[in-house]
Design a protein. Structure first.
Length: 269
């Protein structure tokens, strides 16, 4: 308990210092990500989209996001990680809001191919507190047919940095091929599990780019100000439904590059 309390105090100090010394205007190019999108969170998601639109953001696909801007103004790409049936159930909401999202999908836990034990182990591993129901392959196909982009998030959602090189094909390329066979198209975007620098490596990044991925996405808050923009390595900030829109915008404004590089941790949380 004491260790947890000290960690909480230390983070509070770091965050306060960044709020005072390292706060930036909102970036013109913004990556925002979520996990599940359950019905109880729809009002908060509507509020998130409304807030970002109110700040001048236009929502674009990941392909448009990485291309050079042809028009002035802010643009954002919305993405989701893991594998949740709630994504499929939220298709009417995304239509209502005129948002086309990118879904970085794990391929092991499709509920029409995986065993009950495999699905249970998967949700234990990702440790998110939400409905533990995954997609079927048919539901993912319907999501793609509705105009959303599908990316790869690995096969099983293991910490890739802990896997030997001999396991990378099974974890990354197998997942890419499963999605390509299912959807009948190239899968060219990858987001690595857990998102922070310590869960990936330059060798893994090079491997992904050499094996057909055009971009690799991280999920480390406080890195929206990395310059110059690298279309092959995308930074994203999580939008927290339980926080206020102001708090989420403040998280986006934090420039935590130095802190993350030196500690491997996020200045945002």
């Amino acid at each position: 308990m004491k260790k947890h309390a000290l960690k909480k105090v230390a983070f509070s100090v770091v965050r306060t210092a960044h709020d005072i010394l390292a706060k930036q205007p909102l970036p013109d190019r913004l990556g925002v990500y979520f996990h599940a999108l359950e019905k109880e969170d729809w009002p908060a998601f509507r509020q998130a989209i409304s807030t970002l639109r109110g700040e001048g953001y236009t929502f674009v696909s990941v392909n448009d996001y990485i291309r050079p801007a042809t028009n002035p103004g802010r643009r954002a790409f919305i993405s989701f990680d893991d594998n949740y049936k709630s994504w499929y159930e939220a298709l009417p909401l995304l239509d209502e809001l005129d948002v086309r999202a990118t879904f970085y999908t794990n391929t092991l836990p499709f509920r029409d191919t995986a065993s009950g034990d495999e699905i249970s182990d998967y949700f234990d591993r990702i440790d998110h507190h939400s409905d533990r129901t995954s997609l079927t392959r048919g539901e993912l196909k319907e999501m793609r047919a509705a105009g959303h982009s599908i990316g790869c998030h690995s096969h099983t959602h293991y910490n890739l940095a802990q896997l030997p090189r001999s396991k990378w094909d099974a974890e990354i390329l197998q997942s890419k091929r499963i999605l390509e066979d299912l959807l009948g198209e190239d899968i060219s975007h990858f987001a690595y599990p857990f998102g922070m620098r310590r869960f990936f490596s330059e060798d893994l990044r090079r491997y992904c780019l050499e094996n057909g991925f055009g971009s690799v996405a991280a999920a480390a808050p406080g890195l929206q100000y990395t310059v110059p923009f690298d279309p092959k390595f995308l930074h994203r900030t999580r939008w927290v439904f339980q926080a206020t829109p102001k708090r989420n915008l403040d998280d986006i404004r934090v420039d935590g590059r130095w802190f993350e590089k030196t500690t491997g941790l996020s200045a945002v949380g």
